[in-house]
Design a protein around this ligand. Structure first.
Ligand code: FES
Length: 241
């Protein structure tokens, strides 16, 4: 959609539900109120389109202004700082293009509307019940019988450098080979430390950490390391002794 103004509503947590689903009802209301504005969700890490992808889409659509709003009400200073860094990185790598004017909104607790939001919530509660689903299930009684555990970093820097595409490519490649949790268990993680090597993927129990594991490297990773058991030495990142 072509619109001069875009709003990216962010969900800084890198765990839990897809923010597009969580924020969908609120964004629908906002779209009705402001039909000329494009509203999208974005994440720093975890599932869903990244902030950089949102900015790319706004740029491609010819937006002149992008407002980035933290969709969570409780402030997280670390995440706020990361959002600012990710946006600054995006601006730096687009310094030769006419980029939209970007504004980052501070956390909502400081806004005039936050008290009104809490006030309105007081009358919208539902009774707590003891009949809700239990916190355990037979499905999760046992650790899967995997032989390798692959950790895909979805921290902020890896997410800005291709980790979403890497994670998706890995999932598709394993699916296409019918390799399931009982052979290879994949876990998306928060920052694993060596951010300069992004995107980072580690394979256990081999204790092999790959750097710059972009989506186009995934097929070889699966074939050589996860299926044939041979690590790819030229892709292993630098490591302290
Ligand atoms: S964000 Fe991936 S290692 Fe830090």
């Amino acid at each position: 959609m072509t619109s001069a103004r875009w709003v990216l509503v962010t969900a800084p947590n890198d765990r839990g539900s897809e923010p597009r689903d969580v924020l969908a009802p609120a964004l629908e209301r906002l779209r009705r109120r402001h039909p000329g504005i494009v509203f999208r969700t974005a994440v720093l890490g975890g599932s869903g389109p990244t902030v950089s992808a949102g900015l790319d889409a706004a740029l491609a659509a010819g937006a002149r202004e992008v407002v980035i709003v933290n969709g969570q009400t409780m402030p997280d200073r670390t995440m706020e700082s990361w959002f600012k860094r990710v946006v600054a990185h995006w601006v730096r790598v687009h310094d030769s293009a006419p980029v939209p004017h970007i504004q980052v909104v501070s956390d909502l607790t400081g806004s005039d509307g936050f008290a009104d939001l809490l006030d309105a919530a007081l009358d919208s509660g539902v009774p707590a019940r003891s009949t809700a689903a239990p916190i355990i299930s037979p499905l999760w009684d046992e650790v899967p019988g995997f032989s390798r555990h692959v950790l895909v970093c979805r921290g902020p820097r890896c997410s800005v450098n291709g980790a979403p595409e890497t994670a998706e490519a890995l999932s598709s490649e394993l699916d296409s080979r019918n390799i399931n949790d009982d052979a290879v268990l994949v876990t998306q993680t928060g920052c694993m430390f060596p951010c300069s090597q992004a995107p980072v993927v580690a394979v256990y129990p081999d204790n092999i950490w790959y750097h710059r594991l972009s989506a186009d490297r995934v097929a070889r990773l699966v074939r050589e390391h996860l299926v044939e058991g041979r690590s790819i030495t030229e892709w292993i990142g630098a490591r302290r002794d």
